[in-house]
Write a protein that binds this ligand. Sequence first.
Ligand code: F6R
Length: 256
Amino acid sequence: MEIIIQPNVEIATALAARLLGKIIREKPEVVLGLATGSTMEVHYRSLEANKLDWSGVTTFNLDEYVGLAPDHPQSYHHFMQKHLFQHVNVSPQSVNIPDGMAKNIPAECEAYERKLFAAGGIDLQLLGIGTDGHIGFNEQTSSLASRTRLKTLTPQTRKDNARFFGSEEQVPHHVVTMGIGTILESRHCVMLAFGARKAKAIAEAVEGPITSMNPASALQLHPKVTVFLDEAAAADLTLKNYYRWVYDQKPDWQKL
Ligand code: F6R
């Protein structure tokens, strides 16, 4: 895992956007795995500033709430339109987001996995992290081999996400999410985490044991993970000075 610690959110997101820009320029037909949430909101803003050509890009979102129509202001369909898709030239036919309104959720999940496979798999998966270590909506004790499926949100995640809905009661109980096994098949995982509330989850994910109690810790099994942090999110990392040193020693050809 490569841990990149930056002084603040703006610098960290600009750097992550540079990485994404490099990847889109190198492979215009890239398949991207996308996430939502407040971390991604900031990231998508800095991506937009990079004026990239998205015409060949295919996207697969990690998750969606069950029971929210695409035009619901808190649906992830709506989030993606508002924060990314309406600002870039991605083709609507190349955008994939799980259908939380599907009548047959298990069939929708299987179809999503098949579509992902047919697209050749994900080249780069963007990830945020929950305060409990969830990635996508794979909550604590999710199988580390899980595939796209229905999940029940924990009370903590519903509380965390209530800020988007106005009240906790309005946060759906269920979601469709790519599994941890699905995420681990991406060729490159890029995680972003900012702020003190993420510090514990990040320290456990990066330096703790691999455990379903912190689903993001499964990323330790992945050969190519890049984690962008601000100082606050990096605060609990035991080896933070080592990660900084490694980053400073990077050979020129590896620099962003
Ligand atoms: C949502 C997703 C979640 C979020 C996580 C952090 O698509 O993948 O795992 O990344 O809940 O959310 P924020 O960034 O709002 O703290």
